[in-house]
Write a protein that binds this ligand. Structure first.
Ligand SMILES: *Cc1c(COP(=O)(O)O)cnc(C)c1O
Length: 384
């Protein structure tokens, strides 16, 4: 009998979410921005040191809000990595603006800072970064480029809630940063997200945009006699009950992070000999980056190795996966965006990346089993 497959992802709720949810239900008014929603926003604000945080139904909704907040318009361009989740590009395209896809670095799997400037045109308005696996790149260099060209920075920090770079929390580097609490993320409530506002001059605007484009926040503070429609806007809120759930899980964030970091460290140790033998490549050996255990991944030597590797892992009872199909080559990416320059690292990474299960409580023998299965297959098919 093969062992029960170890699932790639195993979403669970930690602590005692029932308690907070019960209080939220008893509280009656379940609308967004209630006591639990405010507590979650304050927690994020304290954690990241941002000027404001708003809770949204998803990271996708947060990215859409960010694109609205920086005033993207038809014809504008936004430089971003091609190796990214579709939401990042879709948020830009929804405003009629054009994603401009550039290559990534093989060590961070994030935007190659050296390729940003050549992609900038008179129409460029922003740079989007993605902290893949909670690993930041050279944030100071991105900021210097943005400042030199008068561009905004939007940080897709869906992976990196508890990760740091040079001791500073990820999500603190962009003018705006998006988080995800989706079932696949470290702190999860099924569906959920947040937008962190680091530029104080955008705080009021984000509040207006999230309030259906009305000046209701001014009204609530007694600054205007009635509230009215003043801007474009939407209503990306979550109610009090999911906010209570989120509150209960934010309290578990550090414990979850510690457990996931330990799993990733065990994988690194188990796969180090394979990397030394040149059978696989392990990204994320990045100075100053302290990821939060979101993901462990390896790069196979060549695309043909990947299906063999994944099926060998499946035979060993371990579910491995891969992702992102490069956005520049995707049907919508071709239609709404354009590629700038060679995307060779993106194409190589997308064709060779393998992700292994990471979750708190992962059976302790999984990293060693995975490495043994990988070594057997890869050693049996030498590169000629
Ligand atoms: C999961 C993810 C998203 C989308 O998150 P949702 O909360 O599901 O909208 C966006 N970007 C990255 C990098 C992600 O991993």
């Amino acid at each position: 009998m093969p062992p029960d497959p170890v699932p790639f992802n195993h979403p669970r709720l930690f602590g005692r979410p029932e308690h907070a949810i019960g209080l939220a239900i008893a509280g009656g008014d379940g609308a967004g921005g209630g006591p639990y929603g405010q507590r979650c926003a304050q927690w994020l604000q304290d954690r990241v040191g941002c000027a404001a945080a708003v809770i949204t139904p998803s990271c996708t909704a947060a990215l859409e809000l960010a694109a609205l907040a920086i005033g993207l318009e038809a014809g504008d361009e936004v430089v971003m990595p091609s190796f990214a989740f579709p939401s990042l590009a879709a948020a830009v395209a929804l405003r009629g603006a054009r994603p401009v896809f550039v290559d990534i670095r093989a060590d961070t799997l994030g935007l190659d800072e050296g390729r940003i400037e050549a992609a900038i045109t008179g129409r460029t308005r922003a740079i989007c970064t993605l902290n893949y696996a909670g690993v930041a790149g050279d944030v100071d260099r991105v900021r210097a480029i943005a400042d030199a060209h008068g561009l905004r920075i939007i940080e897709d920090n869906a992976h990196g809630l508890c990760a740091t770079y040079r001791g500073r929390p990820l999500g603190s580097f962009g003018d705006l940063a998006a988080l995800s609490f989706h079932a696949t993320k470290n702190v999860q409530i099924g569906e959920g997200g947040a937008l962190l506002v680091n530029d104080p001059s955008l705080v009021q605007r984000v509040a207006t945009l999230q309030d259906k484009g009305t000046n209701r926040s001014d009204f609530n503070r007694g600054l205007v006699a009635k509230y009215e429609w003043v801007e474009l806007g939407s209503s990306p809120h979550i109610g009090e009950v999911p906010a209570a759930l989120l509150w209960s899980q934010l309290g578990e964030a550090d414990g979850i992070t510690a457990q996931r970091r330990a799993v990733c460290a065990a994988y690194r140790e188990a796969f180090a000999p394979l990397a030394d033998k040149g059978l696989v490549e392990l990204p994320f050996d990045v100075a100053d980056a302290r990821p939060d255990g979101h993901a462990f991944c390896l790069l196979a030597r060549r695309p043909e190795d990947r299906p063999e590797l994944i099926s060998a892992l499946a035979d060993a009872g371990i579910q491995a996966t891969f992702h992102y199909a490069p956005l520049h080559a995707s049907p919508a990416g071709r239609r709404y965006g354009r590629a700038h320059g060679a995307l060779t690292v993106t194409e190589r990474v997308a064709a060779t990346i393998v992700r292994l299960p990471v979750w708190p409580g992962l059976p302790e023998d999984v990293p060693a089993r995975a490495a043994a299965a990988a070594e057997r297959t890869l050693a049996a098919s030498p590169v000629r």
